[in-house]
Design a protein around this ligand. Sequence first.
Ligand code: UD1
Length: 423
Amino acid sequence: MERFVIRGGNKLNGKITISGAKNAALPIIAASVFAGEPCRIENVPEISDVRMMAKILRFIGAEVTMPEPGVMVVDSKNIQPDITIPDEMTRKLRASYYLLGVLLSKYGCASVALPGGCYFGVRPIDQHIKAFEALGASVNTDNAVVDVKCDELYGSSIYLDVVSVGATINAMLAAVKAKGLTVIENAAREPHIVDLANFLNSMGADVRGAGTEVIKIRGVSEMHGCTYSIIPDQIEAGTYMVAAAATGGDVVIDNVIPKHLESISNKLEDCGVTVIEGDESVRIISEGGRPRACRVKTSPHPGFPTDMQPQFATLLTICDGNSTVVEDVWDNRFKYIDQLRRMGASIIVNGDTALITGVESLHAAPVEADDLRAGAAMVIAGLIAKGETSIGNIKLIDRGYENIVEKLTAVGADISRVTFDED
Ligand code: UD1
C-alpha cells in the first residue's frame, strides 16, 4: 500500500511544467475511434485515468501505443462495437461513458456498464440519455448497463436542462455523424469542450460554437486520422497555483493557457496573492504573511471550477479572517473537510456552504484521499502543515496528477511516495 509522506513548512520556489488536460484527453482518446485509422495524440498526461481509457479501447479492439512519452497513437480499424464494456472497467473511469456517444454515432450501437468515478453526490446521466434519444437512438439501462442503438441518427435540437460537461460532450460525440444539423443549447463551455471540438474538426467533423452556450454540429459521413496536441490541464495548474500561494512561495506555473486560469487567478488576487500572467505561464508570489480570507462560489465555466473547490478551501483554512465556500455544482463535495479538521482546520458546513475560520497553521495528521481533487487538497494541506503528514488512498490522486511527487520536489517540497505493509 502506498502513501504520500509530506514534511510540511517548505516554501515552494521555482518552476512547474503543466501536463496535458485529463478532462480533454479522456474524450479525445475515446473520440479517436471515429478515425478508423491511426490518430496521433500529443501532450497526453501519463496518469492512471488515461491508462484505463487505453485499456478500454484495447478491450474493444483498438491498437493503442505510446511510441514516446506523452504521445498516444490509437488505431481503431478493428473496433468491435457490440462488446459490452464491463463494470470493472467503467466503475474506475466515469469518462468511459464517452464511448456511448462515439460508438453510437459511428456504429449505431454501444453497450457500457453504468459509469463510476469520484463520488460527490448523485451523478445522473439523464441528460446524456435525453441527447441520444433526441437524435433517434433507443436507450435501455436495465441491469446497470447502458445499451444504446439506432438504425440511423438524425440531427436535432437538444436543450440540456442542466449545464453538464459530460452530457455536452456525449451529445457532441453522438451528433458528429448524425444526418443533418444538431443544435445543442445550454451547452457547457469548459476549455476541454473546445479542445474536443477542435480535435473532432481535425478529423473531418463540422462542429461550431464550442465554448459558447450553443454548439452546432453538421453530421459528416467520413472522418480520418490526424495529429493533435491536447491543451494544458487547467485543474493541475490551479492546484499548483494554490499550493504555491498556501506555502508562501514564488512559483512559475509553465505551459498553461492563462485565460483558462482567470477565475482561479482572480480569487488568489482577492486573497492578496500576486499573480503575474505571461504568454504561456503564470507566476504566483505569496510572500509576507497570511493571505486574506475570501468568498468562493463554484459554477460552470467561466466560473470558479468545482474541481478546484477542495484545494482552494484548503488555502482558506490558513487565511486571515472568515471565508465562505459555496459548492453550487455538486450536492456532496465537502466530505474531505473532516480530514482537514483532523489537521486543525476550523470549518462548519451548512448545506452547500462551508464557513472557514482561518487558523495560523495546520498540523500534521494521517489523512486519506476521499477522491481525486480531495486528495490534491490533502497534499496542499500536508505542504502547509507543521510535522509529517501521511496521505492514504493515493491511487485516487494518481488518477489525475502526472509525476506529482517529482514536480513538487523540484520546487522544494519534502514529499515522497512510501510503500507500507498492508497491516
Ligand atoms: C465533469 C468532470 C468533473 C467535474 C464536472 C463539473 C470529467 C471526466 N469530469 O464531470 O471532474 O467535476 O465536470 O465541472 O470531465 N447532471 C445532471 N444530469 C446529467 C449530467 C449531469 O443532472 O445527465 C448534473 C450533475 O448532477 C451535476 C451537474 O450536472 O450537478 C454537472 O455535472 P457534469 O458537468 O455532467 O459533470 P461530469 O461531466 O460528470
